[in-house]
Design a protein around this ligand. Structure first.
Ligand SMILES: O=C(O)c1ccccc1NCC(=O)[C@H](O)[C@H](O)COP(=O)(O)O
Length: 214
């Protein structure tokens, strides 16, 4: 079984669908330097995440211009956890963790194991994603799950497998890579960023939530 994060939520109804489906975490994207149909402004992010109930991790996904801005965003938006994309030094991560007192998930490109190893000691979790050249996610592209699984077994941080997963592929991805959690954005949505509620429910179920005990 892998825990599930449904990412890139922009509407209350989509957030509710993710929670009703049994997602362990939800992600709202704000302040990213790429054109994303999933980005919302900080005020909308705060409003969406305020509606997340206990026992579901409200996650802010962002690529701010500085560590100081990351701290400001956490103070404005009030997430339970922060997912950072882009280039960060270990010192900047330590600073953000100390100032915000939040768990920090770091997104790294799955094809850059050295970077994952460098950040392993300062991250609360590593998101092995298929990123673009700026480090942004939401690309809808997959990577090699077997290599991701090998890397995960060398890391001490929990690994979140992301990148191009869908309801039809997530069970196989979990079987091969055995991650702590899986994360999806574009694989459960229509082209304009609205989520497909049926796809969300299937994604959560297929990630193992409803696996029967032996
Ligand atoms: O989704 C975006 O548009 C995005 C933009 C900039 C930084 C991060 C972004 N998404 C991060 C996520 O957490 C996604 O869930 C993850 O990258 C997987 O995306 P996908 O391949 O679309 O499932």
């Amino acid at each position: 079984m892998a825990r599930v994060k449904i990412c890139g939520l922009t509407r209350d109804a989509d957030l509710r669908a993710a929670i009703d489906a049994g997602a362990d975490a939800v992600g709202v994207i704000s302040e990213v330097p790429v054109d994303s149909p999933r980005e919302v402004d900080p005020a909308a992010a705060a409003e969406l995440l305020a509606a997340v109930p206990p026992f579901v991790t409200a996650t802010l996904v962002t690529m701010p211009e500085s560590a100081e801005r990351a701290v400001e965003l956490v103070r404005m938006i009030g997430p339970d956890a922060l997912q950072l994309h882009g280039e960060w030094t270990p010192d900047e991560i330590r600073y953000v963790r100390a100032e915000t007192e939040r768990k920090v998930l770091l997104a790294v490109d799955a094809d850059d194991p050295a970077r994952a190893e460098e950040l392993d000691a300062v991250a609360d979790a590593l998101v092995l994603d298929s990123t673009d050249e700026s480090g942004a996610g939401g690309t809808g592209e997959t990577h090699d799950w077997e290599r991701a699984g090998d890397l995960a077994s060398r890391l001490t941080s929990p690994v979140v497998l992301a990148g191009g997963l869908t309801a039809d592929t997530v069970a196989e991805a979990v079987r091969v890579a055995d991650p702590f959690a899986v994360d999806v954005a574009s694989g459960v949505e229509f082209t304009d960023g609205r989520k497909d509620h049926n796809a969300i429910a299937r994604f959560v179920a297929n990630a193992g939530r409803e696996m029967e005990l032996a």
